[in-house]
Design a protein around this ligand. Structure first.
Ligand code: EPU
Length: 443
């Protein structure tokens, strides 16, 4: 398995460019299964999760090409299967995004339940509730969700869950409703920019979706979706992570191709901490000083502070004198990085869905283990600020969501070396806890 060796203490300066969004690309690639035409996607990032999604589409029968210009072309016209096998789905939860497209196009879908997840319990009951409201019969069979319908029918449905709306669930229901008969209204829809991009993509393919980006999305079903070319939005989480990297090293960094209008809450949080940022529509200029202040932050559904930045902010706040607090209302148990940060000298206590952080003068290098994608990023940021050489194991988590992360940081002046620790990659174990499969049909 690859690991990083990070020499801390180098100030970042220079310019860096953001890639396309992982979380916009994944549901869009999955939705290509429902399109009877050629789908060409620009600015899809070269990530492990994207490779897994490509493999999943190919296993279902789509032709997926990586073009010379870096674009991806998907042709699902000749797909006949509607089965997403466990071997692939267990590698990535976002595989569940094929459920809506397969059901909508073929009237049947057999998708393995995704495996366990290190960021907490992640049920898919809301996806199933939404599809059931559109008329699907859904059952669980040998670890697979089996969804069937003759033709989906438009419905008025609500996707609110105990922790707010669901991002990939909203995408699954939007694509299903797009090919359903009649009109649908999705209430408590996720408002994330990735959902907006998903709707833009589908509308360009002939769907009739309005209101994406608000909590009520209205969809007039159509019979078929056609050829489409779409440019995926830039990755707001990559941009936020690099902005925090600049802040934690007191750096001076320009971030290009940043979706700044999707980052208001992140920029407000950085401002609150005392990190001035000049933002234009696609560029951020961070000029961090050492005059940083503790803060109380809460990760919430969009337009709130993204849970996908919670770990990176925790690393930053660990280095700022005074008491800070971060609460995560989206994934209340997403704190596995805290214990590793503590191994680097951070002072963090977890209380329910919050972390109370007392900033220390300097983090110190240690051997640490990445537990998930954003936790890995947080450990890299902490290591940049730490005294000495930090070893970070299991960086395969990082490769799922950041392309050439260490290269970008090294270009800004960091000293990160990727090596191999000689051990084998371990495929995550399947989920062994209770599965929530309650489905309620709505009017
Ligand atoms: N939830 C339910 N029932 C459901 C679905 C979700 O109770 O059927 C709960 C979840 O347990 C969680 C909350 O609702 O507490 C939000 O989960 P959501 O469904 O929105 O998460 P997701 O769609 O599975 C996406 C991103 C995540 C990101 C979350 C929240 C993709 C591929 N993944 O996941 O990204 O954290 O939204 O914004 O879009 C990451 O990139 O590191 C990552 C984990």
């Amino acid at each position: 398995m690859d690991m990083f060796c990070v020499e801390g203490g180098h100030v970042l300066h220079g310019t860096v460019r953001i890639n396309g969004s992982k979380n916009a690309s994944l549901p869009i690639l999955a939705a290509a299964l429902a399109i009877e035409g050629e789908v060409t996607l620009e600015q899809v990032p070269q990530l492990q999760d994207v490779a897994t999604m490509r493999q999943l589409l190919q296993s279902i029968g789509a032709v997926v090409e990586l073009l010379d210009d870096g674009n991806i072309r998907v042709d699902a016209r000749h797909v006949r299967s509607s089965v997403a096998p466990y071997e692939l789905v267990r590698q990535m939860r976002a595989s569940v995004c094929v459920l809506g497209p397969l059901l909508a196009r073929f009237g049947t879908a057999r998708v393995s339940l995704p495996g366990g997840c290190n960021i907490g319990h992640r049920p898919i009951d809301l996806h199933l509730r939404g599809l059931a409201a559109l008329g699907a019969d859904i059952r669980l069979e040998a670890g697979y969700i089996v969804a069937e319908c003759s033709r989906l029918r438009g419905a008025d449905l609500d996707l609110c869950g105990p922790h707010g709306p669901t991002v990939t669930g909203t995408c699954n229901v939007i694509i299903a409703a797009s090919l359903a008969q009649g009109r649908s209204i999705i209430r408590s829809a996720a408002k994330e920019p990735e959902v907006q991009d998903f709707a833009r993509f589908l509308n360009a393919a002939g769907a009739r979706i309005s209101g994406a980006g608000t909590s009520i999305v209205e969809i007039e079903g159509v019979d078929q979706l056609h050829d489409v070319r779409h440019t995926v939005i830039p990755d707001r989480i990559e941009a936020a992570t690099l902005a925090i990297a600049a802040a934690i090293t007191y750096g001076d960094v320009i971030i290009r191709n940043a979706p700044t209008t999707h980052m208001t809450c992140v920029l407000n949080a950085l401002n609150l901490i005392g990190i001035p940022i000049d933002a234009t529509h696609d560029t951020l200029h961070i000029r961090a000083s050492s005059m940083q202040r503790p803060a109380r932050l809460t990760a919430e559904p969009y337009p709130g502070l993204p849970t996908d930045c919670q770990a990176q902010f925790m690393a930053l706040l660990s280095t700022i004198a005074g008491e800070s607090q971060i609460t995560d209302t989206v994934f209340p148990e997403r704190f596995m990085h805290a214990a590793e940060l503590v191994r680097m000298g951070a002072d963090i206590r977890i209380q329910s869905n919050s972390a109370v952080i007392h900033g220390v003068a300097r983090l110190s290098a240690a051997s640490v283990m990445a537990s998930d994608l954003r936790a890995s990023a947080a450990l890299v940021l902490a290591a940049l600020a730490a005294e000495g050489h930090t070893e970070i194991r299991r960086v395969y988590h990082l490769d799922r969501g950041y392309h050439a992360f260490e290269q970008k940081l090294n270009q800004l002046g960091a000293k990160i070396q990727r090596t191999n620790d000689g051990s084998q990659n371990i495929v995550p174990r399947p989920h062994s806890g209770p599965i929530s499969l309650s489905i309620s049909r709505q009017a």
